[in-house]
Design a protein around this ligand. Structure first.
Ligand code: THU
Length: 135
């Protein structure tokens, strides 16, 4: 299923939108590119807030952009930040991504070109079990 995904284009899209991030407090700029099952790419960047708690991560921004444009099925997300080890999505973003795509391919990359791939199911096991009586 993941064979045909153009991982480098997705990383390139995430790297590009990272430059638009609004992160004056952390100075940690993140870009995300979400690939729909229809082959479209939606981008998101982190948007911080002076209240800190209202900060929106890049991954969730990408989900919101896709859903608002009529797309709710996804096959992969690329996430890019300037880290030594490729960035790992936060727990909140894992849960929001799992709402739509529990087996999503997660591609993490840093600016040096180091990448790692995961299945969201490994990053967040049992994401839906036990909630509202789901088995
Ligand atoms: N951030 C993301 O956008 N995605 C992640 O996967 C990790 C963290 C943002 C939130 C905040 O603006 C900054 O990075 C520092 O945590």
């Amino acid at each position: 299923m993941h064979r045909d995904i153009d991982i480098s284009s997705l990383i390139e899209a995430a790297t590009g939108v990272r430059g638009l991030a609004y992160a004056p407090y952390s100075r940690f700029f993140v870009g995300a590119a979400l690939l729909t099952t229809a082959g479209r790419i939606y981008r998101g960047c982190n948007v911080e807030n002076i209240s800190f708690g209202l900060t929106l991560c890049a991954e969730r921004a990408a989900v919101v952009a896709a859903v608002a444009d009529g797309f709710q099925t996804f096959q992969a997300i690329a996430i890019v930040a300037e880290t030594d080890v490729p960035i790992s999505p936060c727990g909140a973003c894992r849960q929001v991504l799992a709402e739509f795509a529990p087996d999503l391919l997660v591609i993490s990359a840093n600016l040096k070109g180091r990448t790692e791939t995961f299945s969201l199911a490994d990053l967040l096991p049992r994401a839906q079990s036990g909630i509202l009586n789901n088995p």
